[in-house]
Ligand binder design. Structure first.
Ligand code: TK8
Length: 343
C-alpha cells in the first residue's frame, strides 16, 4: 500500500492532553522500577495511557517509582503475561477481560454479544459496584486488579468477502469464514453460532496468521485494527459492534505486597486516573480510526437497523447457553444499569 508520507505517520487523531498531574510528593518508601507488558502498539490508547500512568507515579514519588512499558505483545500475550505476574517475573499487564475468564468466570458476562448498547452505558457498568465485585473475584490468584478501561466495540474484518448478513459469514455457497477469536469460550460460541470457523489464537500471532491466509479474519475495535496495521492484510470491514470488551489494568500481588501502603494508595489513584484517560482516548480514536481505515482502502460495511437485527437474532442462542453459567442475576444487574443509564 503506497501511503503518502503524511498519512503514514497520521497514526493518531487530535488527542486530548492528559489531566495535569497534581498532588503532593509521596514520602520516601524506597524505589520500584515496574515492568509492564501490554498487547497493543505504541500508537494505541492502551500504550499512551500506560505511559501517563508511569508519569504520574514518577512525578508523585520524585522519581522513586518508574514504569517501563513494553508494547506489541513483545513479552507475551495476555494469558502468558498474567501468568508472569503470578510468578513475579513481570510487575504489570493490561489484558482484555475476555482473556481473564479463566480466573474469574463471571467476567464472561462482558463477552455476551450486544450486552452493552452504548459507550455511556458501558462506562456506567464499568464504574459500578457490580464491576467492582467482579474484580474481587481475583482474590488469591496472585493478580491485583487496579482498574477497568476500554478496549472497545469489536468489529469484524476479513480478507475473503464483504460481510453484510449472518449468511455471508456462514458462506452458504462457499465455506464459512475462518475467524480468529480470543481464547474465550463465549467468543468461540458466537462465531460458531454464526456459521463461521473460529480459531482461538494469541493476539501477537494474529497479523502473520492473516498475512499467510491461515485465517480469513478477526474482530477487534477499529483503533486496534488501525494501530496494529491489520488493514495491510484485511480488505473488508463490517461495523458489527458485537461485543464491548473492557481492559483490566493489573499488578502482580508480589509487587503489591512489597509496596508501602502510601505507595499502594498512589498506584490505585494513578491507575484510576490513567484508566479514565484511556477511555477518553479510546472514544476519540474510534470513529477517526474507521475513517482512516477507509482512506487506506478498507471497504467497510455499515449495517442498517435490519441487518444489525439479523446479527442480534442469529446470536441469541449464545445467551441461552451461557446465561445460566455466567449467572442470570449478574446479567440482570448489568441490564438494570444499562436501562437506568438510558433514562
Ligand atoms: C491485546 C488484546 C487484544 C484483544 C484480542 O493485549 O486479543 O483481540 O482484543 O486487544 O487484549
Amino acid at each position: 500500500t503506497t501511503l503518502t508520507l503524511g498519512m503514514a505517520h497520521a497514526q493518531s487523531p487530535e488527542l486530548s492532553d492528559p489531566p495535569e498531574i497534581d498532588g503532593d510528593i509521596v514520602g520516601d518508601h524506597g524505589t520500584h522500577t515496574l515492568r509492564m507488558g501490554i498487547g497493543l502498539s505504541e500508537n494505541s490508547p492502551q500504550y499512551i495511557s500506560s505511559q501517563y500512568f508511569g508519569e504520574i507515579l514518577e512525578k508523585r514519588t520524585d522519581g522513586r517509582i518508574t514504569v517501563n512499558v513494553f508494547p506489541n505483545s513483545q513479552l507475551g500475550d495476555d494469558v502468558q503475561m498474567m501468568e508472569m505476574l503470578q510468578t513475579g517475573t513481570l510487575d504489570m499487564t493490561y489484558p482484555s477481560s475476555s482473556a481473564a475468564t479463566g480466573y474469574v468466570e463471571e467476567l464472561a458476562v462482558f463477552d455476551l454479544p450486544f450486552l452493552l448498547p452504548s459507550r455511556e452505558a458501558a462506562i456506567e457498568v464499568l464504574q459500578s459496584d457490580v464491576a467492582l465485585e467482579l474484580l474481587e473475584g481475583f482474590e488469591g490468584s496472585g493478580l491485583k486488579p487496579l482498574a477497568f478501561s476500554e478496549n472497545g466495540y469489536r468489529q469484524l474484518s476479513n480478507s475473503a468477502r464483504p460481510i453484510e448478513t449472518p449468511e455471508d459469514v456462514a458462506g452458504l455457497d462457499v465455506r464459512g469464514l475462518s475467524v480468529r477469536t480470543m481464547e474465550n469460550p463465549v467468543h468461540l460460541d458466537i462465531w460458531e453460532t454464526l456459521g463461521a470457523n473460529p480459531t482461538p489464537m494469541a493476539f501477537g500471532e494474529l497479523f502473520s496468521a492473516m498475512e499467510q491466509g491461515v485465517v480469513d479474519g478477526q474482530e477487534n475495535p477499529w483503533s486496534t485494527i488501525l494501530t496494529s496495521n491489520f488493514h495491510e492484510v484485511q480488505d473488508y470491514g463490517t461495523e458489527t459492534r458485537h461485543v464491548y470488551t473492557p481492559f483490566i489494568m493489573m499488578l502482580s500481588e508480589r509487587t503489591w505486597d512489597r509496596m508501602a501502603p502510601e505507595y499502594q494508595e498512589l498506584v490505585m489513584e494513578a491507575a484510576r486516573q490513567s484508566a479514565e484517560y484511556e477511555m477518553q482516548l479510546s472514544a476519540e480514536y474510534d470513529t477517526w480510526s474507521r475513517e482512516q481505515l477507509e482512506e487506506r482502502g478498507m471497504q467497510i460495511t455499515r449495517l442498517n437497523d435490519e441487518q444489525l437485527e439479523a446479527f442480534q437474532e442469529a446470536v441469541q442462542p449464545v445467551y441461552e447457553k451461557w446465561a445460566p453459567r455466567i449467572g442470570e442475576e449478574l446479567i440482570q444487574d448489568i441490564q438494570a444499569i444499562v436501562d437506568g443509564s438510558s433514562e
